[in-house]
Design a protein around this ligand. Sequence first.
Ligand SMILES: C[S@@+](CC[C@H](N)C(=O)[O-])C[C@H]1O[C@@H](n2cnc3c(N)ncnc32)[C@H](O)[C@@H]1O
Length: 350
Amino acid sequence: MAIPDEYPYIRYLAAKKGADDRALNRHVLQSLATHLTNSGNGLPPDVLEVGAGIGTMLERLAVWGILKNARYEAIDLETGHIDEAVRLVPLWARDHGFVLGEDIASAFCLERNGGRISIRFETIDLHRLIERERGRRNRDLLIAHAFLDLFDVPRILPGLISLMRPGGLLSLTMNFDGLTILEPPIDTDFDREILALYHQSMDSRVIDGRPSGDSRTGRRLLTRLREEGVEILAAGSSDWVIFPVGGGYHGDETYFLHFIVNLIESSLKGHPRLDPDRFARWIGIRHSQIERCELVLIAHQIDLLGRVVDPSTFTAQSTAACAPVHPPTWTDVNPKTTGTVDPSSPPPFR
Ligand SMILES: C[S@@+](CC[C@H](N)C(=O)[O-])C[C@H]1O[C@@H](n2cnc3c(N)ncnc32)[C@H](O)[C@@H]1O
């Protein structure tokens, strides 16, 4: 594939789905499946996905059988992303044996094996949604995938938690955590400097006058969530590992890699610490490594599953105190014994 002239974001979101499928932490995913199954009141959970993009997480959770019954609402800021999600639902749903009902342009109902997922999409800014729903506290599950690292987490978390009922679950996956590796090296010191500046650019990003992003979101969530009254039920890494296989890359990951190299270029173009010609040469070499199927990308990310503690019982003390840690038992993690995840669909559990 030649170096692209343009980098449509929707194509990037589609291209990264396979990489995300492989990377999602299986222990955290199984923990989500187990807690959803055991949540107990018999009603389908009210699910809200924020920053849903083109709907790949909904597709994954439905097709993999993790969500069987749910009322699923997916929001995104970009109309184009929501339109694409709406366009894609009937395609993947029919491919995977769902019977599809459609109410209005942005609402669907999927049925399979006695389960029913009703879906509603909406284009709305998360901040507006939080404002609109303030105080309702009715969601059973909030999903934010590849999303929270775009925000100032201490600022956004209380608003997100305010959407949740006490005991509700937070599935916060693919939170970038401060490490990008590109192999093979070009010039070790320069490689290191560029990637450090790239991470700094995430830390200093400002959108609409607000600090927006943190290159160490993954690790920060592990402490921040507890401070906000969220008990962490499961956590683990979900690193992207993109590598050549059989003379190419998986799916559309050639484009995915060009997109990432272009993202590094656009984030650092004109940076006072970088010699422009040397940087342009470095970017050119990275693109040609992709064309020759040599480039390997690793990005460290962390997945978490949390549960909102009842605010009437929450004190900083209660989450700060150490509870004994019980290692997962075989039945916690083995899909064959829990039966909560269809083991034939996702890749094997680690
Ligand atoms: C990195 S993408 C991830 C999309 C999707 N979760 C996925 O992994 O394919 C981040 C998404 O968040 C959306 N987004 C960014 N800021 C937002 C906001 N303030 N409110 C709602 N969505 C937002 C973007 O439009 C984009 O679709």
